[in-house]
Design a protein around this ligand. Structure first.
Ligand code: RB5
Length: 149
């Protein structure tokens, strides 16, 4: 299950990604928004992040104008590693090295075709583990307030 959401700035690329999910038989839950009426992006970022943090969704995708606001909001939820990506390399590496569990994209930054491409890379790339596991665990330590250096 993939949790997906957006604000008005990310609606068009979210809909393109939803079409891709449908075409590929990937189950998803759409947390909104559903129109181009101006809305507050933290509301939708939070719903996607909660679905991922609760284990209801394996991975999430959130779209706003830049991808930045939704990533900031999502990263406030415990257990979330949300990454803003604008190119294929970052979409791959944030799964392989950071074990990112939410992809954030901007509808005013990339077009629909690029958003679909980044989503497909993100959803199909596994975490490398190994030396990266220790580093991701260090992020979790920071989150839990017991990071020791
Ligand atoms: C909405 O105008 C815009 O601020 C939002 O989509 C997003 O880009 C915030 O980071």
């Amino acid at each position: 299950m993939i949790a997906i959401g957006c604000d008005h700035g990310g609606l068009q690329i979210k809909n393109a990604v939803i079409d891709y999910l449908k075409e590929n038989g990937i189950s998803y839950t759409d947390c909104g928004c559903y129109t181009e009426e101006s809305v507050d992006y933290p509301e939708f970022a939070y719903q996607v992040a909660q679905n991922v943090a609760d284990g209801k969704a394996e991975l999430g995708i959130i779209c706003c104008g830049t991808g930045i606001g939704v990533s900031m909001a999502a990263n406030k939820v415990k257990g979330i590693r949300a990454a803003v990506c604008t190119d294929e390399f970052c979409a791959e590496m944030t799964r392989r090295h950071n074990n990112a569990n939410i992809l954030c994209m901007g509808g005013r930054v990339i077009d629909e075709a690029k958003a679909v491409k980044l989503a497909s890379i993100f959803l199909n790339t596994p975490f490398d583990g190994g030396r990266h596991e220790k580093r991701v665990n260090m992020i979790t330590d920071i989150e839990n307030g017991h990071f020791n250096i």
